[in-house]
Design a protein around this ligand. Structure first.
Ligand code: FES
Length: 91
C-alpha cells in the first residue's frame, strides 16, 4: 500500500488512522499540501494539525493522512476505503 500518487491516478488505498506508521510530518512546521483524490479522500501531508469539532487535537499517528469526504467511512475523519464500495463520485 502506498499513500503516494499523482493527479489522475486512481484513488489510493485508504490510509487508516492511528494504527498506521507514524511519520515526521504532522506538526513539523513543514508546508501543508492537500491532494484531492479523484472520487476518494483528501490526502494531507506536511506540518498540519488535525483538530476535532471542539478544537481538540487528534493524533493522526502518521505524516500523511487520508480524510474521508464521502461520508461512508467507519473511522471518520479518516478514510477507510468505503468510498469505493459506496461508489462515491465527487463530480
Ligand atoms: S473518502 Fe474514503 S471512505 Fe470516505
Amino acid at each position: 500500500m502506498s499513500a503516494e500518487h499523482g493527479a489522475g491516478d486512481p484513488a489510493p488505498d485508504p490510509v487508516p488512522g492511528p494504527t498506521a506508521m507514524p511519520g515526521p510530518g504532522a506538526g513539523s512546521g513543514e508546508p501543508v499540501t492537500i491532494t484531492v483524490c479523484p472520487d476518494g479522500p483528501l490526502l494531507v501531508r506536511g506540518g498540519y494539525e488535525l483538530l476535532d469539532g471542539d478544537d481538540r487535537p487528534i493524533d493522526p499517528g502518521r505524516a500523511t493522512v487520508a480524510l474521508c469526504r464521502c461520508g461512508a467511512s467507519s473511522i471518520k475523519p479518516f478514510c477507510d476505503g468505503s468510498h469505493k464500495r459506496a461508489r462515491f463520485r465527487a463530480r
